[in-house]
Design a protein around this ligand. Structure first.
Ligand SMILES: Cc1cc2nc3c(=O)[nH]c(=O)nc-3n(C[C@H](O)[C@H](O)[C@H](O)COP(=O)(O)OP(=O)(O)OC[C@H]3O[C@@H](n4cnc5c(N)ncnc54)[C@H](O)[C@@H]3O)c2cc1C
Ligand code: FES
Length: 253
């Protein structure tokens, strides 16, 4: 069996700009046994190690927003340069039903891209709702369209798509896209609003949470979700994002 803890050295094949501060790093070979919603720990010696969602497994692809020192170092990698990864780690999404609504905020679009690809391969229908502060912050909308997904956009300033939060785009999409399951990845307030929406509307939901990670394998406790969030979405206290998640599941009773 493959050791998920062993570092594997990859080389960058391509670094593609996706918006003004985000790049997709396409690496030189696949990551075996990866499921959508799982993540890898990416390591650059002397710089650090951080978790990144798997945006594609064949070849391994990471979509990285340049927001700080480590993500900037990744975004500066050029074709031919190495990086090391551990993984795939964590529990990913599980495709349920044949009609799926995927909801992404910011780089939350990255794992959803991998999920959309898997769903379309099964012959399922996929509607993707993407939210951002403004048009410049939107991510992967054209990539999802090219894949064959229906795409609905929402921006807080109304610069493209519906004006407002992504939940409004979800409400609108569901009027003529009767999805069986909602899958979401993005900032915590977005996930909390969507979890409440799923509960109110008896819609099955899967939510990918973000937390500060160090070990990535359930040892250090740094990625424990706070109790208020656990109570709000029905998770047991002590839920570890890296090991129990990052995806949590809601099934209406
Ligand atoms: C399971 C999981 C999956 C992840 N997947 C991805 C992914 O696919 N792509 C990706 O880019 N990142 C992803 N992240 C986040 C990533 O691990 C880093 O936290 C992020 O790259 C920032 O690291 P840094 O060292 O560059 O900046 P830091 O020094 O950690 O952060 C710099 C500053 O930016 C702020 N910041 C952090 N993230 C954001 C953000 N998204 N937007 C605005 N400000 C921010 C921080 O609060 C801080 O003030 C994921 C995290 C987890 C837990
Ligand atoms: S990152 Fe160490 S327990 Fe989750």
């Amino acid at each position: 069996m493959k050791d998920m803890q062993a570092y594997q050295r990859y080389f960058v094949s391509k670094s593609q700009p996706k918006n003004y501060r985000t790049r997709s790093l396409v690496l030189d070979r696949p990551l075996a046994d990866a499921q959508p919603g799982q993540f890898v720990m990416a390591w650059l010696p002397d710089i650090g190690e951080k978790p990144f969602s798997i945006a594609g497994a064949d070849p391994l692809t990471l979509t990285v927003a340049d927001v700080g020192p480590f993500s900037r170092a990744l975004c500066c990698l050029e074709a031919g340069q190495p990086l090391w990864v551990r993984g795939p780690l964590g529990q990913g999404f599980e495709l349920k039903g044949k009609r799926h609504i995927l909801v992404g905020g910011g780089y939350g679009a990255a794992p959803l891209f991998f999920l959309a690809k898997r769903a379309l391969t099964r012959g399922d229908e996929v509607c993707v709702c993407l939210g951002a502060r403004n048009q410049a912050e939107l991510l992967l909308a054209d990539d999802f369209r090219e894949l064959g997904c229906r795409v609905e956009l929402a921006t807080e300033d109304g610069s493209t798509g519906q004006r407002g939060l992504v939940l409004e785009a979800v409400r609108a999409a569901l009027t003529d896209f009767p999805a069986q399951t909602l899958y979401a990845c993005g900032p915590k307030p977005m996930l909390l609003a969507l979890a409440a929406f799923c509960k109110d509307n008896q819609l099955a939901g899967q939510f990918s949470w973000e937390a500060m990670m160090r070990c990535g394998i359930g040892l250090c406790g740094s990625c424990e979700i706070d109790e208020t969030t656990c109570d709000a979405v029905g998770l047991g206290h002590g839920w570890l994002t890296c090991k129990d998640g990052p995806v949590s599941f809601y099934q209406p009773g």
